[in-house]
Design a protein around this ligand. Structure first.
Ligand code: BDR
Ligand code: CA
Length: 314
């Protein structure tokens, strides 16, 4: 199995992504590192531990990382969608964690996993990219030990937290720019343009809820999130953003990617946190760095894969 670290801010779709990773034999989950984001760091760290307890994987270390972005803190804005506790107000319905938090900072745990690994490690950042920017800045010599970063973030044609920006990038644009543009580590970016198209409907959620206790617990977290997406998508469906990125980690190639030059707007103003994808392959004056951006998938096959994996432990 491919070694994997997930850097996460659970978060309802993070919860789905973590269950997917824990249930997939193709990957070897070496650690979870947490970051502020959907809610504060204390809550995201507790939620990561609760979710590992839910899937019986408390052998996986959890280490807490950044409690704020590199430069400009923002007032929290996501609690309406993810609930005050980050898990739809239902976090206490999950098993109480038995394992302690790893006392080391997230960046040290990431560095340690990379150093010890005998093959390159995939990192899946599915929250603000503060920890990852700090890792690359602190330990540049470990970059060759990173297989690739499969990042959930950005929106090329749409925003969610603002008209132009997606939440993870907007939460720490300077960190995102460091990772996506300034560094040279291979990146696959999974933006909301695609994750919205992969949204799952109530029939999918009902099937998951009926698949067993883990599926039932996951769906039990989704009430405020579903209500938000019913409005955002104008239909009874919700986006599983982070789980779509994890699907690409588990089955590389399940998403169709296009190579394009990407830049992140770090100015303070209405376009802060916007991701610009420059597809003008002929142009000689493109900005940013060329990375892979996920643009399409066999949507029905992807939904079936997610349902099958999340519903059953193997
Ligand atoms: C991203 O923002 C968070 O609210 C979700 O967990 C996901 O990582 C989607 O824009
Ligand atoms: Ca997330």
């Amino acid at each position: 199995p491919r070694p994997l670290v997930v850097d996460t801010d659970p978060g309802i779709d993070d919860a789905f992504a973590l269950v997917l990773a824990a249930h997939s034999p193709e990957v070897d989950l070496r650690a979870l590192t947490t970051v502020f984001g959907n809610v504060g760091l204390e809550s995201t760290t507790l939620n990561a531990r609760r979710l590992l307890a839910l899937v019986g994987r408390e052998d996986v270390p959890v280490a807490a990382g950044a409690a704020r972005p590199l430069v400009y803190p923002q007032p929290p804005r996501a609690a309406l969608i993810h609930g005050d506790d980050g898990l739809g107000g239902q976090g206490a319905s999950l098993p109480t964690p038995g394992a302690e938090v790893d006392p080391r900072p997230a960046v040290e745990v990431l560095a340690d996993v990379l150093r010890r690994a005998d093959e390159p490690v995939t990192i899946a950042p599915i929250g603000p990219m503060t920890n990852i920017a700090l890792l690359l800045a602190s330990y540049p010599e470990l970059k060759p030990k990173i297989e690739r970063l499969v990042v959930m973030g950005g929106g090329l044609e749409i925003g969610n937290i603002t008209a132009t920006a997606e939440f993870n990038i907007w939460s720490d644009p300077e960190a995102a720019r460091r990772v996506l543009v300034e560094e040279d580590v291979p990146v696959v970016l999974v933006p909301i343009d695609l994750t919205h198209r992969c949204a799952v409907d109530s029939e999918w959620l009902d099937t998951l809820a009926n698949s067993g206790p883990v599926g039932e617990s996951l769906v039990g977290l989704t009430a405020p999130y579903r209500a938000n997406y019913r409005k955002a998508l104008s239909r009874d469906a919700m986006a599983l953003h982070d789980a779509v990125a994890l699907a690409e980690v588990i089955q590389p190639g399940i998403l169709r990617c296009e190579r394009m030059a990407v830049e992140v707007e770090c100015g303070v103003g209405p376009t802060r946190g916007m991701v610009i994808g420059d597809r003008r392959n002929h142009s000689t004056n493109r900005v940013g760095r060329e990375i892979e951006v996920a643009v399409d998938a066999d949507l029905d096959a992807l939904r079936a894969f997610l349902l099958d994996r999340m519903g059953s432990s193997r």
